[in-house]
Structure formats: structure tokens, C-alpha cells
Write a protein that binds this ligand. Structure first.
Ligand code: HEM
Length: 211
């Protein structure tokens, strides 16, 4: 039986998802001994990722929606939420962009759908992570973890899934490979970004400026 686009995305990006979960900054996030300092470092790193991506991602998604209108779905920018979480936690967000962050959004609309799949789907991991943050550091959606609590108040993942399973699955039926490639590249980009951030945090190579 032919698999749906969502099934293919989930299956074919599973290795990238599993590898990302094992990235040291994310394993620390789920550690019982997570510290506020480590949580702040992760927030700053995630902020830097979205701060760099969203100036391109937001207009590209708006253009896609103009081309294929969908009354249910809209993209919720993550960088402002992360900046606010940083502020609530008392950690600074350096106002920098990271020109080296991939994915560049030059892969067309099919790849963009793959990027959005990863970002929207990641709210599902938030269900798990937010519980852990509440149990370990006592941080909730109102006290520094709005980003990891998106799933509580935003229904974009459900709306995006419906859009991807219906209208988009038909319109882009010849482009599944590109959609999956866009998703894979996004997982890899975040993974590489967090690895770089970790090098900065650990000051492994202080002679090389990280940012
Ligand atoms: C420690 C970190 C993470 C954990 C523990 C985690 C865990 C999970 C869990 C439990 C699900 C739900 C699976 C299901 O309902 O079948 C999920 C889904 C997903 N996560 Fe993660 N996740 C993590 C980080 C991330 C990150 C950083 C991203 C990407 C930015 C991501 C992308 C996704 C996607 C795209 C899905 C949806 C898969 C689908 O249903 O098609 N996850 N994750």
C-alpha cells in the first residue's frame, strides 16, 4: 500500500529526528539535573536559529498561502516567543543573525513544506519537554517556557497536517522527494547549529569567535 505523505515524512526523517534528540544540548534539556543556566543556553541557541530563519520563512510561507489559500493554517513566529522566554528567564539574546544557518529557503515551495513540517511537528516534542521543565525547574508557559508550550494554545500543527494531507499532498504529488529533502535539511541544519552553539558554550576553541 502506498504511504501517505505524512507517513513518508515521519518514517524517512526518523533517523534525523532520533539523531537530533541525542544532540547533547537536547539530552541535557531532558536530564533530571538540568540547570537554569543550561536551559537559558538552549533558549538562546533556539532563538538564534529562528531569528536567522524567520525573516525568510515568514514571507515565504505567506506567499505560499497566497498561492494556495488555507483558512485554518498560519505560521506562528517562534523568535518573539523565544526572546520573551529569554527575558523572563533573565538571559540576554544577543541581537545577531547567523548567516551560516541552513537551510536557505531557496529550494522552492516543496522544500518549504518540508521545513514547515519540521517546525510545526516539533511542537509535539514540546508536550513531553514542557512537562519535564515544569517538574525539574518549575518553569511553565507563563514563566519562561512559552516556546515549549505552544501545543497548549496553538493549533497550527493540526491545521498544517490537514493542509499537508489534503490540498498540498495532491498539488505537490510529484514533489514528495523535495518535501522530504526540505525536512531532512531542516533537521540537519538545527543539529549542526546546536553543535556549533555547544562548542561556543564549552569554549572548546576560544581562539575562534563563535558568533
Ligand atoms: C529532546 C528533544 C525532543 C524530543 C524528546 C522529541 C519528542 C517527540 C515526540 C514524543 C513526538 C511525538 C511523536 C508522535 O506523536 O508520534 C515528536 C514529534 C515530532 N518532533 Fe520531536 N522531539 C524532540 C525535539 C524535536 C526537535 C528539536 C524537532 C525539530 C525542530 C522535532 C521535530 C518533530 C517532528 C517534525 C515531529 C512530528 C512527527 C510526525 O508526527 O510526523 N522534535 N517529537
Amino acid at each position: 500500500m502506498t504511504q501517505s505523505l505524512l507517513q513518508q515524512l515521519r518514517e524517512q526523517t526518523r533517523p534525523a529526528h532520533t539523531a537530533l534528540e541525542a544532540q547533547p544540548m537536547l539530552t541535557r534539556l531532558l536530564s533530571a539535573s538540568l540547570t537554569e543556566e543550561e536551559y537559558c543556553q538552549l533558549l538562546q541557541s533556539m532563538w538564534a536559529f529562528y531569528r536567522s530563519l524567520e525573516p525568510e520563512l515568514v514571507p515565504a510561507t505567506a506567499a505560499l498561502l497566497r498561492q494556495h489559500p488555507n483558512p485554518e493554517y498560519r505560521y506562528l513566529p517562534r523568535a518573539p516567543l523565544l526572546a520573551n522566554d529569554c527575558r523572563v528567564m533573565g538571559c540576554a539574546c544577543p541581537d545577531l543573525t547567523y548567516p551560516s544557518i541552513e537551510p536557505r529557503l531557496d529550494g522552492g515551495e516543496a522544500q518549504l513544506l518540508g521545513v514547515l513540517y519540521v517546525i510545526e511537528g516539533s511542537t509535539q516534542g514540546g508536550r513531553f519537554i514542557s512537562r519535564h521543565l515544569a517538574n525539574t525547574l518549575g518553569i511553565t508557559g507563563d514563566t519562561g517556557a512559552s516556546f515549549f508550550n505552544i501545543y497548549q494554545w496553538d493549533s497550527s500543527w493540526a491545521a498544517f497536517r490537514r493542509w499537508l494531507s489534503t490540498d498540498m499532498a495532491i498539488r505537490y504529488q510529484d514533489d514528495y522527494k523535495s518535501i522530504i529533502e526540505g525536512a531532512d535539511r531542516t533537521f540537519s541544519a538545527l543539529h549542526a547549529h546546536l553543535d556549533r552553539e555547544l562548542t561556543c558554550v564549552l569554549q572548546v576553541s576560544p581562539e575562534q569567535p563563535c558568533r
